[in-house]
Design a protein around this ligand. Structure first.
Ligand code: GLN
Length: 276
């Protein structure tokens, strides 16, 4: 079998799925250990039997719904390759909006906090573009904190990773910026039964109060950990912008506004804190 024949077979096997072309390509690149350029320009090259067997295994897993990121063990976020595993959320392009907003702040050195860091994606992306900033990344799940630590190491990010619940590991500390992509899906949301989320832990996805409980907690607690002035930036569901703006305004945040993701949905709400 040649690379091109394998690619066509894989694509056909995944037809009807969300993205058969790109999925088959990524899985074949990994199985055959070739770049996209090689795959597309030298499709007549033979695929070794062992690589073919591996590719068939990958395709079977994908047919079973397993996310490509879990099969590859890797996902790109903000141009950075990150290790991923089933213990936490797979970084999403939507979340790049949050990184964009953080990078729009003045560049002067600051300390920032990423709560519920998961793979470490947000903290590492910020750190990569702001090497003078010092990050702290927290996750309650031990396996996620360990994973974030490996990704921090891989990218030599200036980020300290701590395990603990929300602000617990940073008691008494203050930050110029707090960011978070907390769980915000309503536990009864039917989307939880579709696509990649079926393979992600509920601890990273769902929150009580129709998804608002953790967002509410973070808005309430953040001022005690923010410098004055300091920014809070929270990712949320496409229909939660108004609710999060209200939570922040009522808590006393200023300059509260929401920003849209690449799909045009309100995805991040931010506000500035000043001690009164
Ligand atoms: N954006 C993710 C999704 O809708 C959820 C992420 C989260 O709950 N923080 O699949």
């Amino acid at each position: 079998m040649t690379l091109l024949e394998a690619l066509k077979w894989g694509r056909a096997a995944l037809a009807g799925g969300e993205s058969p072309d790109i999925d088959a390509q990524l899985l074949l690149m990994q199985a055959a250990k070739v770049s996209r350029t090689t795959l597309l320009a030298f499709g007549e090259r033979p695929l070794a039997p062992q690589a073919q067997a591996q590719f068939e295994g990958y395709i079977a897993r994908r047919q079973n719904g397993e996310p490509v990121a879990h099969i590859l063990g890797e996902q790109e976020f903000y141009g950075l390759a990150l290790e991923v595993n089933p213990h936490t959320l797979i970084p999403r392009p939507d979340t790049e909006t949050l990184v964009d907003l953080a990078l729009a702040l003045p560049e002067a050195p600051l300390r920032f906090l990423d709560l519920g860091t998961g793979t470490g994606a947000i903290a590492i992306a910020i750190s990569h573009h702001r090497p003078a900033w010092q990050g702290v990344a927290v996750d309650a799940i031990a396996e996620a904190a360990a994973l974030a630590g490996r990704n921090v190491q891989r990218h030599q990010a200036k980020v300290e990773v701590c395990q603990g619940s929300w602000f617990m590991p940073v008691r008494g500390q203050r930050f110029g910026l707090i960011v978070s992509n907390p769980p915000y899906i309503d536990p009864v949301d039917p989307h939880l039964g579709q696509g990649d989320v079926r393979f992600e832990p509920l601890s990273a996805l769902i929150a009580e109060e129709a998804g608002l409980a953790d967002l509410r907690y973070l808005v309430e607690q953040a001022p005690a950990y923010l410098e004055s002035p300091g920014w809070l930036m929270l990712e949320h569901g496409y229909d939660q912008g108004a609710a999060v703006r209200q939570l922040m305004s009522e808590r006393g945040f200023e300059l509260v506004r929401s920003e849209r993701d690449l799909g045009g949905q309100e995805r991040v709400t931010l506000g500035q804190w000043q001690d009164k």
